[in-house]
Design a protein around this ligand. Structure first.
Ligand code: PEP
Length: 234
């Protein structure tokens, strides 16, 4: 059983979500299907899909115009929130420290944070991939947490680029993540791979050791693309 999480980013509409819920209603899968949609689409009746926010505020409440808190997301019935997505790190100033704060707020409000880590192209070229992964984990995951989180390894240079790392690169990264999580007392934490996952590579990627599922951007927008990923593994 794997976790298949889609991330719609700033795409789609409530009508598109209703259609996706309908399209997925009769697929035969034991996998956990999560869809991270814009806040305006979070709703209680999402059928087989568990809904997720794409980010939460680092504050509990107050004068933070435009922000949405963990408790507000939880009140919609959503079960998850992505935190520290590369686009939030790039455009909204998220750092490992703010991701850690957000993860604490998510957990204390009953949400499962999907914490994203991964290296940029510059960091990869400088040979820093494993260092960035390890510091991302140690600095983004709250110290007192023992379960109830998901990690997503997303090489930032491959997101939306149509290219994926080699099988060896993914295997190496996920093995390191599993070892660091174990050292942090977080054995068994699901580890997703994200970046340019599609129907044609999903099964192969999910056969790599320590890949417990995938986080899918572009290919989660249409059911014709998303369903083959969900059904590629049992
Ligand atoms: C993402 O944004 O999390 C992602 C993995 O995007 P894509 O699948 O489009 O590379």
């Amino acid at each position: 059983m794997k976790i298949i999480a889609g991330n719609w980013k700033m795409n789609g509409s409530f009508q598109n979500l209703q259609q996706m819920i309908k399209d997925l209603s009769d697929i035969d899968t034991q996998n956990t299907v999560i869809l991270a949609v814009p806040y305006t689409m979070l709703c209680t009746d999402s059928g087989k899909i568990s809904l997720s926010a794409q980010d939460i505020s680092a504050h509990t409440h107050g004068a933070y115009t435009g922000e949405v808190s963990a408790s507000m997301v939880a009140s919609t019935g959503a079960k998850y929130t992505i935190i520290g997505h590369s686009e939030c790190r790039q455009y909204h100033g998220d750092t490992n420290a703010s991701v850690c704060t957000k993860a604490e707020l998510a957990i204390s409000n009953g949400l499962i944070p999907i914490i994203c880590i991964g290296e940029t192209m510059e960091e990869k070229q400088a040979g820093k991939t494993l260092e960035i992964i390890e510091s991302g984990l140690r600095e983004s995951v709250p110290a007192n947490v023992t379960s109830g989180i998901i990690i997503a390894y997303e090489p930032r240079w491959a997101i939306g680029a149509g290219i994926t790392p080699t099988t060896d690169e993914i295997a190496h990264a996920h093995e390191l993540i599993a070892n660091v999580l174990s050292d942090m007392g977080l054995d068994g934490t699901p580890i997703l791979y994200g970046a340019s996952v599609k129907g044609s590579n999903a099964e192969q990627i999910m056969s790599i050791p320590h890949v417990d599922g995938v986080l899918v951007g572009g290919a989660s927008l249409k059911s014709d693309d998303f369903i083959p990923i969900i059904t590629s593994v049992k």
